[in-house]
Design a protein around this ligand. Structure first.
Ligand code: ADP
Length: 394
């Protein structure tokens, strides 16, 4: 069977999915991950019905880096399931100013993407490591890069700029926005879920360990809460979201925090974790009776409400709000708190539908649609990969 492998590589884990691609139709076959790379490596995978296919741990030296993790997972897929992909689709965080669409990766494209490492130093190198690994192992295998920034590339100039001298914009200091594959998927699902709303003004909220919101006008992104990096906008599990740059100057100058430590602080010590002092995980905060946990959840919803106001202004009003990703799909409490903040726009929650996690959670008389739509970034990557293959662009 023709299969497409989708790879999402981070610093300590490689997530992979295999899709059957018979007659242009995609079917998910395997979903897996190698985590704990270099420390406590483990490979876990399941079939779409939830059947566990493997749960195996390795010595750190056996899976010391991302290429080794790929070798392990590709070997397992080959030997046990006979999967030899016809293409590999990669999640790549940054496409820079140039890449507004998924692209077949050549040496030239890869060199372009490697030049973007300074724009996403934590993520881009990990995303590109598997590309290099496949290039040397299977040189003829088509590889496709799908970018988190691409869906936002059509933003107007006002949304794309910071108020700093223009030469910085020219060299790439722009408001890129992220989670684009997720928003693109949501926009496509809305066409089925609520076609009349898909043509209108929608805010989609991707609330996971990273969190952002996107303003969609007729299915196209016109504004995002994230900008140059994945730090801006909403508070997240361990990132602060919007923060006065004066605070950063204070940390650098007065507290003598080295830049590298500041980076680790901003990505790892702030957000829900920093505020609560308890956990970055909403499940832990919901279960806690500590007032700091409740404060952190209240803060998250408050900031989401403020940012929704800004996005509604960008859209000139609001027809619907969509929740997605780990928190958005699972936390009825956080959804309820955020919808409360949308009350001034007219949003009214149906508490029963919300508690049940139904697709539509708006009260019957709510003029604003409220939806819970599970995201599927991997399927989006598989779709793009298949589309490029079918267009014969390799
Ligand atoms: P990522 O893919 O960015 O790691 P996810 O979209 O999987 O993130 O979201 C992870 C977060 O979702 C967790 O940190 C947790 O806060 C939240 N989450 C997951 N399941 C639940 C749940 N049942 N109830 C509340 N929050 C949840």
């Amino acid at each position: 069977m023709d299969t497409i492998l989708v790879v999402n590589a981070g610093s300590s884990s490689v997530k992979f999915q295999v899709f059957g691609a018979e007659t242009g139709h995609l079917t998910r076959l395997v979903k897996g991950e190698i985590d704990g790379i270099g420390t406590r490596p483990g490979m876990h995978a399941e079939s779409p019905d939830g059947t566990r296919l493997i749960d195996e741990t390795f010595e750190p030296a056996q899976v010391a880096d991302v290429p080794a993790a790929l070798e392990k997972s590709a070997g397992w897929l080959r030997e046990l399931h006979g999967f030899e992909p016809i293409a590999v689709g990669h999640r790549v965080v940054h496409g820079g100013p140039k890449y507004g669409l998924p692209v077949l990766i050549s040496e030239t494209v890869l060199a372009d993407l490697e030049r973007l490492v300074p724009l996403a130093p934590l993520h881009q190198p990990n995303n590109l490591a598997p590309v290099r690994a496949f290039m040397s192992r299977s040189p003829g295998l088509p590889q496709i890069a799908c970018f988190d920034t691409a869906f936002h590339r059509a933003h107007g100039a006002l949304a794309d700029h910071y108020a700093i001298p223009e030469h910085f914009y020219a060299e790439g200091v722009r408001r890129y926005g992220f989670h684009g594959l997720s928003y693109e998927f949501i926009a496509s699902r809305l066409l089925d879920v609520a076609p009349e709303i898909a043509a209108g003004r929608v805010i989609a909220a991707h609330l996971g360990s990273g969190a952002s919101m996107c303003a969609l006008l007729a299915g196209r992104s016109v504004e995002s809460t994230m900008g140059f990096s994945a730090l801006d906008g909403l508070p997240m599990g361990t990132r602060p979201g919007q923060i006065d740059p004066g605070v950063l100057l204070y940390l650098l100058e007065q507290k003598k925090m080295p830049p590298r430590q500041l980076q680790d602080f901003l990505y790892g010590e702030c957000g829900l974790k920093g505020l609560s002092g308890i956990s970055n995980d909403v499940r832990d905060l919901e279960a806690s009776t500590d007032s700091r946990a409740q404060f952190a959840l209240g803060y998250f919803a408050y900031r989401a409400g403020l940012e929704a106001g800004a996005l509604a202004a960008a859209l000139g009003g609001l027809d619907a709000f969509v929740f997605t990703a780990g928190i958005g799909e699972n936390s009825a409490l956080v959804r309820a708190k955020i919808v409360e903040k949308l009350g001034w726009l007219g949003a009214v929650l149906d508490p029963r539908a919300n508690a049940a996690g139904e697709q539509s959670i708006a009260a019957r008389d709510s003029p604003i649609g409220l939806y819970v739509i599970p995201t599927d970034e991997e399927l989006m990557i598989a779709r793009h990969s298949l589309a490029l293959l079918m267009a014969g662009q390799w």
